[in-house]
Design a protein around this ligand. Structure first.
Ligand code: GTP
Ligand code: MG
Length: 196
C-alpha cells in the first residue's frame, strides 16, 4: 500500500473519545519493549507514530492514527510493564476491555519477540482476542537477531506449541522481511485488497 497520509487524530481513555466516522481499525498489541512502535513506523515508513507513542502520558492511552483517510492504526498500551501498580493494571485492563468490544476493529496484530517463548501475559492477550472473535495476525519481531536456521526453528516452535491455526509472520525493522506480505493481510482486513 502506498502511504499518502498519516494523521494522529487523538488519544482516548473511553468510548466517547473514539473516532466516530465508522472507518475500520487495526489494533497493535504486545508486551512492553517487544518492538511495537518500531514495527508500526516500519510499516508506515515513518517516524511520526513513534514520536507520538513515546510522548510521556500518551503511551498509556489508546492512540488513533488515520492512514490515507481510509482506516486507523490503533496503538494500545503495551502489557507486562515492570513497576506498574495493581490499580494501574486494572485501569488499563478496563480501558482496553472496553475498546476491544468496538465492532470497527477489523484485525488485531499481536507482536511477540521471536527469541522468546510466549509468556502468560502473551497467552492471555491471545485468548482474549480469540474470545472476542477478532481476526488475528501474529508478528514475530526482531527476526534479524536470529540466524535463518534459528528463525525457522522459533517460528515452528511457536506455531506448533501455541498458535497452530494462526498466521505467524517474522519481521525485522532492519531487513523489512515480509513487509509486503503483512500489508496484504492488513489491506484485506480493511477491505482494500485491490488498491495500490
Ligand atoms: P514500549 O512502547 O516501550 O513498550 O516498547 P515498544 O514495544 O514500542 O518497542 P520499541 O519499538 O520501542 O522497540 C524496543 C527496542 O527494540 C528498541 O531498542 C528497538 O530499536 C528494538 N527493535 C525493535 N524492532 C527491532 C527489530 O526488528 N530488530 C532489532 N534488531 N531491534 C528492534
Ligand atoms: Mg512503544
Amino acid at each position: 500500500m502506498k502511504i499518502k497520509t498519516i494523521e494522529f487524530v487523538g488519544s482516548a481513555v473511553s468510548k466517547s473519545q473514539y473516532p466516530d466516522d465508522g472507518l475500520g481499525q487495526i489494533v497493535f498489541s504486545g508486551r512492553s519493549n517487544v518492538g511495537k512502535s518500531s514495527f508500526i513506523n516500519s510499516l508506515l515508513l515513518s517516524k511520526n507514530i513513534a514520536r507520538v507513542s513515546q510522548t510521556p502520558g500518551k503511551t498509556r492511552l489508546i492512540n488513533f492514527f488515520l492512514i490515507n483517510k481510509l482506516f486507523y492504526f490503533v496503538d494500545i498500551p503495551g502489557y507486562g510493564y515492570a513497576n506498574v501498580s495493581k490499580a494501574e493494571i486494572l485501569r488499563f485492563a478496563s480501558m482496553i476491555d472496553e475498546y476491544l468490544k468496538n465492532p470497527l476493529i477489523k484485525m488485531a496484530i499481536l507482536l511477540l519477540d521471536i527469541r522468546r517463548v510466549p509468556n502468560e501475559d502473551d497467552l492471555l492477550m491471545y485468548e482474549y482476542f480469540k474470545s472476542l472473535n477478532i481476526k488475528l495476525l501474529i508478528v514475530l519481531t526482531k527476526a534479524d537477531k536470529l540466524s535463518n536456521n534459528q528463525r525457522v526453528k522459533q517460528v515452528n516452535m511457536i506455531k506448533n506449541k501455541l498458535f497452530k491455526e494462526d498466521v505467524i509472520i517474522p519481521y525485522s525493522t532492519k531487513s523489512r522481511i515480509n513487509h509486503d506480505e503483512i500489508w496484504t493481510y492488513l489491506e484485506k482486513a480493511v477491505g482494500l485488497e485491490n488498491e495500490d
